[in-house]
Design a binder for this molecule. Sequence first.
Ligand code: FES
Ligand code: FES
Length: 172
Amino acid sequence: MRDHATEFPTRTQDETHTVGCTVNGREYEAVVDPRMTLADFLREKLRLTGTHLGCEHGVCGACTVIVDGAATRSCLMLAVQADGAQVETVEGLAEDGELSPLQCAFKRNHALQCGFCTPGFLMSVTAALREESVTTEEQAREVLSGNICRCTGYTGLVKSVLEASAGKEGNA
Ligand code: FES
Ligand code: FES
């Protein structure tokens, strides 16, 4: 008879890890299972539920956050890999209750309907606009291409990227 206990050792408490990282400028530390994703870490350990989970395999972009300056699909990154990192989530975009210029552009242009995809789009575009300005519709569509919206269409999103990149501010 085969000894399954030998082939598949049971997990023990010793396999947990302590993760320390900065999220939206605030330091956090938590004990995690080694296979916990960064998305689950943010949502379940830190209660930052603005980061959404759609496909959970790197396709839809709903879970996008910024890690050390780069747009990152948090469903594909382990929490332990974020140890020591600077993480930004959608909760960190508004300052003192004021929406960021990009968030204002989304509002102004009706770039969201159900809003499920919105945090991911906001974080992808925020990271992209820090790298370079976007002046054409083609560039805007390229910036948006890693995220999927299933309900509102892309016209308002494209307009929002162009306006935010051009420095347009305000809600109206
Ligand atoms: S939930 Fe991460 S890419 Fe879809
Ligand atoms: S606004 Fe509903 S999925 Fe994008």
